[in-house]
Design a protein around this ligand. Structure first.
Ligand SMILES: Nc1ncnc2c1ncn2[C@@H]1O[C@H](COP(=O)(O)OP(=O)(O)OP(=O)(O)O)[C@@H](O)[C@H]1O
Ligand SMILES: [Mg+2]
Length: 504
């Protein structure tokens, strides 16, 4: 029997270079939008102020993608290194690059060809291309014509402007693009994908976008029609962007010390049942977005997840923790090459569980508070009674907001809110039989501030009235209290409406 030996007996060595076919295997873990984000990382590292993601199409299908920036660009040597798989450069502290594979892996996971054109302000334009099929027999990278490269870089790229340096990355035969040659398929794919890409980029780069570090635009070019569609500026989506925290004591911080470095956990609790896009992030139900949000140099590397510190639970869905890992000891976190999540070392897990803050604040207490907040929001939800749906007269935006908050009585006609001529100066009247809240036309112009009215005008006044009187539509007849309320509200609101007229 042999035992464990630290030094094994080596007798010879062989050179076994990787088979070029492995190019076909890299980057396959990337989703389309995270692969695009990987290219944007490079543009940011190159100091770009503007980045353009452009989908290229013909009328009946998508044919490619450009990512263009006005960063510092690359010269001959740099572009060769850039195209080399696993070639690392010296990274500065705030750099997003780390592995030396992003460009190649992200691109070749998505496309059959990756072309890169680049220009430094002090050098001639250069171009290189990887063709997966060709490279999988030998590691041969194409050198592209300098004039073509120069012309492409000098094109009018809209938002990019007249930079004298920059980079254009081009993908051909993108795998997720629909194969069918059909205009309607291409249109609906584009619509969906543009949205997904904008949302993903808006989320992972939200801090950098909020700080105006750069601007990010997505558009479409139809090469047949020689037309470029409107630019969509990517808007930041802050996963901590609630209006008011769900719990009065939050946000609260927990400071961990690991290997003499401090790591701050910014613990947030969202309000229950939020409909904000910042809470209802793209790609899943809200409960999958609980947990840690790790940032490196302001770039979001992980969108929720507990990294083994606790289990995801429906009750914890309001809990989100922001952590900047820039100063953290190197061994504590391992980033996946796609930069979509971190592996946390056991030391981190233990520290989070054990650390207590001022006044005994702890991770456990935080989870409990998040759970309580969620439960109370649920309780509130259940105690809300069903209402008559608002119908014609109320703006669709308000109706959608009401739909999100309340359930409607099944089988009941919606309540309409309409203007009509009254014989008197009474501001409003309710018609339970017809299911209408009538508003006196006498006040329409003043309430609309002189603007011409429409079916769904005066949203604020109509909504207030709906909330006030909806209750009166319930039941077979009005009680005396209800009748008195109507008189009361009519008297007071009529005085208010008359006052509006005076100020006209
Ligand atoms: N848009 C760009 N502008 C300027 N240089 C670029 C650009 N894209 C890539 N590069 C150069 O190519 C190199 C390789 O890029 P790649 O994304 O493959 O690796 P990385 O960014 O260094 O590390 P990571 O694997 O973490 O992304 C970069 O380090 C950079 O020097
Ligand atoms: Mg990179």
């Amino acid at each position: 029997m042999t035992s464990w030996e630290d030094d094994l007996p080596v007798v010879d060595s062989r050179t076994l270079p990787p088979d070029p076919q492995f190019l076909e295997a890299i980057g396959l873990n990337h989703a389309f939008e995270s692969a695009v984000a990987d290219l944007v990382d490079n543009s940011i590292d190159a100091g770009a102020k503007h980045v353009l993601v452009r989908f290229v199409r013909r009328s009946d299908g998508l044919i490619g993608l450009y990512v263009v920036d006005d960063g510092k660009g690359m010269g001959e040597d740099e572009i060769d290194k850039a195209m080399t798989i696993g070639k690392r450069r010296d990274y500065a502290a705030g750099d997003l690059g780390h592995f030396g594979i992003g460009l190649k892996a992200a691109s070749l996971g998505q496309a059959s060809k990756l072309s890169v054109f680049s220009k430094r302000s002090d050098q001639q334009p250069v171009g290189r291309r990887w063709v997966v099929k060709q490279a999988s027999s030998r590691f041969d990278c194409d050198v592209l014509d300098a004039d073509y490269s120069a012309q492409l870089i000098a094109r009018d790229w809209g938002v990019i402007g007249n930079a004298n340096s920059g980079t254009v990355v081009r993908w051909d035969d993108v795998r997720v693009f629909p194969k069918a040659r059909s205009q309607s398929v291409a249109n609906s794919f584009l619509e969906e994908t543009l949205l997904k890409v904008r949302q993903h980029l808006g989320l992972v780069f939200h801090r950098l976008l909020e700080q105006d570090r750069f601007r990010l635009v997505v558009d479409t070019e139809d090469v047949e029609a020689d037309e470029v569609g409107p630019p969509f500026f990517v808007e930041p989506i802050d996963p901590f962007g609630y209006l008011r925290a769900g719990h009065h004591a939050y946000p609260e911080t927990l400071a961990l010390t690991v290997d003499e470095s401090d790591l701050i956990l910014n613990c947030h609790i969202w309000p229950g049942r939020s409909q904000l896009p910042e809470f209802r992030l793209p790609g899943g139900r809200p409960d999958v977005f609980q947990g840690f949000y790790f940032y490196k140099a302001g770039r979001l590397l992980q969108i929720g997840g507990w990294n083994g510190v606790t289990h995801g639970e429906k009750h914890y869905q309001l809990a989100r923790i922001a952590i900047d890992i820039d100063g953290a000891p190197k061994h504590l976190f391992t980033m996946n090459p796609e930069k979509t999540k971190l592996d946390a070392h056991q030391e981190f897990v233990a520290a989070v569980r054990e650390t207590t803050g001022p006044e005994d604040f702890s991770f456990n207490r935080y989870l409990n508070d998040a759970k309580q907040t969620f439960k109370e929001a649920q309780k509130r939800d259940r105690s809300r009674r069903k209402v008559f749906e608002p119908g014609t007269g109320l703006h669709s935006r308000v109706r959608r907001a009401i739909t999100r908050e309340l359930d409607f009585l099944p089988g009941e006609d919606p309540i309409e809110i309409r203007w009509t001529r009254f014989d008197t100066s009474v501001f409003f009247d309710i018609d339970r039989d017809q299911g209408v809240i009538w508003l006196n036309k006498r006040y329409r112009s003043v309430i609309n501030r002189g603007r011409s009215g429409s079916l769904s005008d005066a949203p604020l006044v109509k909504t207030l009235l709906y909330l006030l009187v909806e209750d009166l539509f319930h039941g077979a007849f009005l009680g005396s209290k209800d009748k008195d309320n109507i008189e009361l509200w009519e008297a007071i609101l009529t005085a208010a409406a008359e006052t509006e007229l005076r100020f006209e």
